[in-house]
Design a protein around this ligand. Structure first.
Ligand code: UT7
Length: 371
C-alpha cells in the first residue's frame, strides 16, 4: 500500500517590526477605520534590512524540523513557494537548502502566488505517496514589502512579510493529506501582477519610471473571484476526500481579507469559530498566510491530531486550490535531533565548499593557461 504524507512538523517566522494602520495614515491617504472595516487588518510585519525571503524561510524551517525531530540531512525535497523570491534565479529553495545543510535534498521554487503553499503541499505529498521520497519541507515565504508601491494606497495597506513551513513524512496510517484541488485561469493574469522585470517587459529605465516592478491589483475583481472559488474548491476537495462539511473540524483559509473569509464561511454554512482568522495582526502574507495561521491554530489548541482540516486559497494567476488534511503531529521517536544546532555545521560546510570551489577554479585556470 502506498504511504500517506503526514504533516509532522510546523514553524513560522515573522519580522519583529510592526507597521500599524496609524503609521500608514501618515504615509498615504488612508485611515485606520477604512482599513479595518474593508479588510480586517490592524497591523502587519515588515522585514528589516537583514531579513529576506530565504532568511525567514530558513527560520520557519528550523522550527518545523525541530517539531518533527528530524535532521536537515534527512530531508529529500525542499519546495519554497514565493512571489517575492530572493532572486529571479537561483531558486530561493536552493539558498534555504544550503542554510539548513540539507545536503541530500533537491530544492526548487514554485510560483503560484497565494495558492502556492497548497500546490506545493500537494506536489510534495504526491512525491511521498508515490514512494519516491520520504521526508519533505514545504515552505511559504514572502517579503512583499520589497515589491509593493508604498505610494499606492490600494495595495500597500494590505500586505505583510512572513514565512511558514511544514515537514511532511511518509507514514503507513491513513492520515495526512487526503485530497487536493489545484486550479488556474490565466485569462485573469492582469488582475494581480507585477508587469515589469520579466521577459515580457525586461527591466529598463522606462519600466522602473513607470513603477512596473511593483504589485498591481484590481482589488474588486479579485474579491469577487475569491469569494466564488473559496466556496467551490472547499466543496470539491471535501467531496474528493469522501467527507462532508460536517466532518471538517477547522478551515484555514488564505488571509487576504476578513470579509472574503466571512462571506465564504457564510456561503459554506460554516460558523466562524471553525475558521482561523489572524489577518488583523499579519495582513496578507500571500503564500505564507496558511502555514502561519496553522502554527497559530496549533499553539492556541484549535488544531489537534485526528482533526480534519481544510486549507483553501486563491491568488494571482489566477490560481486557486484546496486541500483536506487529517492532522497528524510529530511521529514518536526516541532520539533527539537538534536542527538549529546542526545549522552551525551547515554554515561551516558551505563556507569550506566555497573556498574549495575557488581553489578548484584557480587550479583549472592555471592548467587552461598552460594549454
Ligand atoms: O491574496 C490575494 C490578493 N488580494 C486580494 O485578495 C484582495 C481582494 N480585494 C480586496 O480585498 C478588496 O477589494 C480591497 C480591500 C482591495 C478593496 O476593498 P473594496 O471594498 O473592494 O474597495 P474598492 O476597491 O471598491 O474601493 C472603494 C473606495 C474607492 O474610492 P471611490 O472610488 O469609491 O471613491 C477607493 O479609491 O475606497 C478607496 N480606497 C481607499 N480608501 C482609503 C482604496 N484603497 C483605499 C485605502 N484607504 N487604502
Amino acid at each position: 500500500m502506498s504511504p500517506y504524507a503526514h504533516i509532522t512538523g510546523w514553524g513560522m517566522a515573522v519580522p519583529e517590526r510592526i507597521l500599524t494602520n496609524q503609521e500608514l495614515e501618515k504615509m498615504v491617504d488612508t485611515s485606520d477605520d477604512w482599513i479595518v472595516t474593508r479588510t480586517g487588518i490592524r497591523e502587519r510585519r515588515i522585514a528589516s534590512d537583514g531579513e529576506t525571503t530565504a532568511s525567514l524561510a530558513t527560520k520557519a524551517s528550523l522550527k518545523a524540523l525541530d517539531v518533527a525531530n528530524i535532521a536537515p540531512a534527512e530531508v529529500d525535497l525542499i519546495i519554497v513557494s514565493t512571489s517575492s523570491p530572493e532572486y529571479l534565479f537561483p531558486a530561493t529553495a536552493s539558498i534555504v537548502q544550503d542554510n539548513l545543510g540539507a545536503n541530500k535534498a533537491g530544492a526548487f521554487d514554485i510560483l503560484a502566488a497565494c495558492t502556492g503553499f497548497i500546490f506545493g503541499l500537494n506536489i510534495a505529498s504526491q512525491a511521498i505517496r508515490s514512494g519516491s521520497i520520504k521526508n519533505s519541507l514545504i515552505i511559504g515565504s514572502e517579503t512583499l514589502s520589497r515589491i509593493i508601491d508604498w505610494n499606492d494606497r490600494a495595495t500597500c495597506v494590505l500586505f505583510g512579510d512572513g514565512a511558514g513551513a511544514f515537514v511532511l513524512q511518509a507514514g503507513e496510517e491513513e492520515s495526512g493529506l487526503l485530497s487536493a484541488v489545484m486550479r488556474s485561469d490565466g485569462s485573469g493574469k492582469d488582475m494581480l501582477c507585477i508587469p515589469g522585470g520579466g521577459s515580457r517587459f525586461p527591466t529598463s529605465v522606462e519600466t522602473v519610471n513607470q513603477g512596473m516592478h511593483f504589485v498591481k491589483m484590481n482589488g474588486r475583481e479579485v474579491y469577487r473571484f475569491a469569494t466564488r472559488v473559496m466556496v467551490q474548491s472547499t466543496h470539491e476537495v471535501v467531496r474528493k476526500a469522501n467527507l462532508s462539511l460536517d466532518d471538517i473540524d477547522l478551515v484555514i483559509p488564505h488571509q487576504a481579507n476578513k470579509r472574503i473569509i466571512e462571506t465564504a464561511a457564510r456561503n459554506l454554512n460554516i460558523p466562524m469559530d471553525r475558521c482561523v482568522l489572524n489577518i488583523d495582526r499579519f495582513g496578507n502574507t500571500s503564500t505564507a498566510s496558511i502555514p502561519i495561521a496553522t502554527c497559530e491554530a496549533i499553539a492556541e489548541g484549535k488544531l489537534n491530531p485526528g482533526d480534519n482540516v481544510v486549507f483553501v486559497g486563491f491568488g494571482a494567476g489566477l490560481t486557486w486550490g484546496a486541500a483536506v488534511v487529517r492532522w497528524s503531529g510529530p511521529f514518536p521517536g526516541l532520539r533527539v535531533v537538534r536542527p538549529p544546532a546542526i545549522r552551525f555545521y551547515a554554515r561551516l560546510r558551505s563556507f569550506v565548499k566555497r573556498i574549495l570551489r575557488k581553489i578548484d577554479a584557480v587550479i583549472w585556470g592555471s592548467l587552461d593557461s598552460r594549454r
